[in-house]
Ligand binder design. Structure first.
Ligand code: DX5
Ligand code: ZN
Length: 252
């Protein structure tokens, strides 16, 4: 199958980088966020993942558009919105410099409309990059909820933890869900990337990457209070190596 739709540069660069990691900042030192992100820029990492929590959809509150705007980086800003009813709010995140905007259907009365709206925005960092539109599912949401959204999405993210905090444990059924989501995507004939977010550690990243995930979000395994640069390199290399070893004809 396949489709004849021109994709944005942002989507293409993600697809070409896959599998890759997006580094979550929840457990970074927020008082020195700029230097924490500068460290990542030296490692080959291409994405910084910002978890936006509103204290309603998620118990905790984190960042809003001003923080996203304040982040000056060459990395793509991967903004994960864990907020109620983002329809009227997404414009502010795009204006703040989001390259990827991921929303939750569990938090939207009209999730399809939010995705349609995201399609109309211009990326303020680089107009040709476009906005990569993501849909994230909580661990308790059936993967089939994705099916009606596949026409309006470039990235599907399966949460491997319940949203709320960094440093939680990977829920094992996620591995099965990744395979189901991949099947839905393949059956749709669309070119859509698949990501996984939460509970990815140095110990399990190879296993998760071997499921075929394109984008692996990793927070506390990188920002562990010790060696973020070395950790980021380790996670990136482990993801690439595991993905290579599952493809016939390539060496690990
Ligand atoms: C969970 C967040 C995740 C999480 C990742 O609510 O969406 O991005 O913080 O952090 P780790 O890798 O520590 O699970
Ligand atoms: Zn996240």
């Amino acid at each position: 199958m396949g489709e004849n739709v021109t994709k944005s540069q942002g989507f293409e660069s993600l697809r070409d980088a896959a599998p890759t990691i997006s580094v979550g900042m929840l457990t970074a030192n927020l008082l020195s966020l700029g230097s924490e992100i500068s460290l990542l820029e030296k490692t080959g990492v291409k994405l910084v993942h910002v978890d936006v929590m509103d204290g309603c959809f998620c118990p905790m509150m984190t960042a809003g558009p001003p923080l996203i705007k304040a982040i000056k980086t060459s990395l793509l800003k991967d903004v994960h919105l864990m907020i109620e009813e983002p329809l009227e709010k997404v414009a502010d995140y795009v204006a703040a410099g989001a390259d990827i905007v991921t929303i939750h259907p569990e938090a939207c009365s009209h999730v399809h409309r939010v995705l349609q709206k995201l399609r109309t925005f211009t990326n303020v960092n680089n107009a040709e990059r476009g906005i990569v539109r993501g849909v994230a599912l909580n661990p308790g949401t059936p993967v089939e909820a994705l099916e009606p959204l596949l026409d309006e999405v470039e990235l599907v993210v399966l949460l491997a933890v319940n949203p709320g905090w960094g440093g939680q444990k990977y829920i094992p059924s996620t591995t099965r869900r990744i395979a189901r989501a991949r099947r839905l995507i393949v059956d749709s004939g669309k070119e859509i990337l698949l990501g996984v977010d939460g509970g990815i550690t140095k110990e399990n990243i190879a296993e998760v990457a071997a499921t075929g995930a394109d984008l692996i979000v990793t927070g506390s395994a990188v920002f562990d209070g010790k060696t973020p640069e070395a950790n980021a390199r380790f996670m990136l290399e482990a993801a690439v190596k595991a993905a290579r070893s599952r493809r016939p004809g390539t060496s690990a």
